[in-house]
Design a protein. Structure first.
Length: 643
């Protein structure tokens, strides 16, 4: 019976395997420090296979380099044995919600999600530190233990304060920021679906560098756009040339596929006002469009004479053609979709009805009257918390909601691994409430300490993640409250209820998970380091302070099972059994030899896709061996593992 490995995948090993599929002759064996054999790449042979494409030594080529880049790549590929621990008390509707809030370092989290959410996320939005000199930059170092590194480098105090200020006096001002971003973007790209899109907010300081590292990670051919967002309503009187905008850089996993799934935006009010009904058409208001096009790809059928109702004749203007073939035009004319003006004497135009409009195409200039500004984001927090100073410069929900509208469909997953105050979760819930759809979110936020003199601390919030979670709770509660049409309410102030769908089935919950050390004891990962004389001390390979639910979530991660699937508990033969999405995974972590053949026969008859047991839970070694045969007979498609 196989054991689960209980740590994140080693991406270097994965890359070696991919090269082996293309060039099996380039894979050889070497021994690690313990003498164990492992596959490695013979670079001399690989150079021969790619001899016409390799660039080496001082030969000039276009690339972006900085101190720490190679280390950043190594850190991105290094596995982590950390895991996620559920926090029921901080969650809302823990067992049924499909939304996740993960508290911890986002580099750890992105590694942990590599198997579970590989190619499953439709949209990623992040608003990372802007590297202004006063913001913070994450410091990553896995050569020594995280705790030792943080304490030794003065980055961590007794309260686990984890970030450092990246001032311009730092000789690696740009390099540190680039290293921090590079590893995270590289890992997050793996999570995107083939038609997925990543949006990154940034200002002028690092915009150019950000595009260049994204070009390297995604490929220049997958650059989608740089959106310019007007973040202010007026100039700053303290600056001679006041910045009015930020950027949102957009890259696709695969641009042709992403473009096919991009949505149109709802018509703006000023566009709707263009629709009138000059001829009292029973199909309602309409707007007219030009009927000519460029001749570049025109066919002979697009050059013809049109006769108006008044008898006047029109041919295409010089250098242009009709946009429609003659047969198509005549069909539209018969359907009264061609407008010749009130007199019936004007050049023909095509009628487009408001009732048939599927929205409008977006462009890269997003003014604040359409998507909000910084002050609006602050106002939204004030309406929720009673104070707008609880979090600095939150993005307005209208801005993030437009991104989600553009890039996602019903049931898609939206990820934000720099969650901040969780504007992205707020926007996702709003959009679901308005459309009746069920997009899911994954928020990731480090428990960064709030300043002791801050408004947030005065209101009782010690960390940014506490603010983030509370915001989602308050938004969810407001969306679930019935609206009294006769009285102004908090819901009415926060949301336009006229746009809201039926909210009875709206998922406003979220499952809180926290990054913690592995539930497995050190002997599980390094058995060779345990002396024979001390084996009796390690008969239990699971840390004593871990609950069965802790073990369940580490198993879900290791097996690549969706972390948001519904979870139920059952009692079978007096043993606690977890059932994930009914039969996606069944787990029993009973101790002290309590798992019997009779118990396993009951589980096998339910034919789960996967089943996992605690290795020490079997009544005897004979029972453990027989359990495999029981499942092969009663449920041959079930995968059986132990921890």
């Amino acid at each position: 019976m196989d054991k689960l490995k209980m740590h994140s995948p080693n991406l270097t090993e994965s890359n070696i395997a991919k090269i082996g599929e293309l060039f099996p002759n380039c894979i050889t064996e070497s021994a690690d420090e313990s003498g164990n054999k492992k596959p490695t790449i013979d670079f001399d042979l690989l150079r021969q296979e790619l001899s016409e494409s390799i660039v080496e030594g001082p030969k000039e080529r276009f690339h972006l380099d900085w101190p720490g880049k190679r280390k950043s790549l190594i850190e991105a590929h290094a596995p982590t044995s950390r895991t996620l621990s559920p926090a029921r008390k901080e969650s809302v509707d823990f067992d049924q919600t499909r939304n996740l809030f993960i508290e911890g370092d986002n580099l750890d989290v992105l590694k942990l999600l590599q198997e579970t959410y590989l190619n499953k996320v439709k949209m990623i939005y992040i608003d990372p530190p802007y590297n202004t000199g006063s913001d913070f930059v994450y410091r990553d170092n896995f050569a020594e233990s995280i705790n030792e590194y943080l304490i030794d480098s003065g980055q961590k105090d007794i309260l686990d304060y984890r970030l450092i200020s990246n001032t311009e006096a730092n000789g690696r001002f740009h390099s540190d920021w680039l290293s921090m971003m590079y590893s995270r973007i590289k890992l997050s790209r793996n999570l995107l679906k083939n038609d997925g899109i990543m949006f990154i907010s940034i200002d002028d300081c690092e915009q150019a560098n950000l595009v260049r590292i994204c070009n390297e990670i995604f490929g220049e051919e997958n650059f989608l756009a740089t959106i310019v967002w007007q973040k202010r309503t007026g100039p700053d009187s303290r600056a001679n040339l006041s910045p009015a905008h930020d950027y949102i850089v957009a890259f696709a996993k695969n641009l042709p596929d992403a473009k096919k799934t991009l949505n149109k935006l709802p018509l703006r009010d000023d566009r709707i006002s263009d629709y009138t009904n000059k001829d009292n058409d029973p199909r309602g208001p309409w707007a007219s469009e030009n009927l000519t096009g460029q001749t570049g790809h025109a066919t002979s059928s697009q050059f013809y004479k049109i006769v108006t109702p008044s008898g006047k004749e029109y041919k295409p203007p010089k250098g242009r053609c009709w946009a429609l073939a003659e047969k198509t035009f005549l069909g539209l004319q018969k359907d009264k979709r061609i407008w010749f003006g009130k007199s019936g004497n004007n050049r023909p135009r095509l009628k487009k009805f408001l009732s048939e409009s599927d929205g409008m195409m977006s462009w890269t200039w997003w003014p604040n009257d359409e998507v909000g500004h910084n002050q609006e984001g602050t106002k939204e927090l004030k309406q929720l918390f009673g104070s707008g100073d609880i979090f600095n410069n939150p993005k307005p929900t209208r801005l993030i909601k437009r991104l989600i509208l553009l890039a996602t469909q019903n049931n898609d997953i939206v990820l934000d691994f720099f969650a901040g105050s969780s504007t992205t979760a707020h926007a996702t819930l709003l959009l679901n409430a308005e459309t009746g759809e069920s997009r899911k979110f994954i928020m990731v936020q480090l428990p960064e300490l709030c300043d002791k003199s801050s408004e947030a601390n005065k209101l009782g919030y010690n960390t940014i993640s506490e603010i983030s979670k509370e915001r989602i709770r308050r938004v969810g509660k407001s969306l679930k409250e019935p609206v009294d049409s006769t009285l102004p309410s908090k819901t009415e102030e926060l949301f336009d209820s006229s746009k809201m769908s039926d909210r009875a089935n709206l998922d406003t919950g979220f499952r809180v998970l926290k990054v913690v050390t592995s539930s497995m004891s050190d002997v599980y990962y390094n058995p060779d380091e345990v002396a024979q004389s001390k084996v009796d001390l390690f008969t239990e390979n699971i840390k004593p302070d871990r609950t069965s639910e802790d073990l369940l979530f580490q198993v879900l991660l290791d097996w690549g099972v969706d972390l948001s699937l519904p979870i139920s508990r059952d009692t079978i033969n007096k043993l606690e059994v977890f059932k994930v999405d009914t039969n996606a995974l069944v787990a029993c972590f009973a101790k002290k030899g309590e798992i019997t053949e009779e118990f396993c026969k009951i589980l096998a008859k339910e034919k789960p896709l996967r089943v996992v047991f605690r290795d020490a839970g079997f009544k005897s070694d004979t029972v453990k061996i027989n359990v495999e045969q029981i499942f092969k007979q009663l449920s041959p498609s079930t995968e059986v593992r132990t921890i």
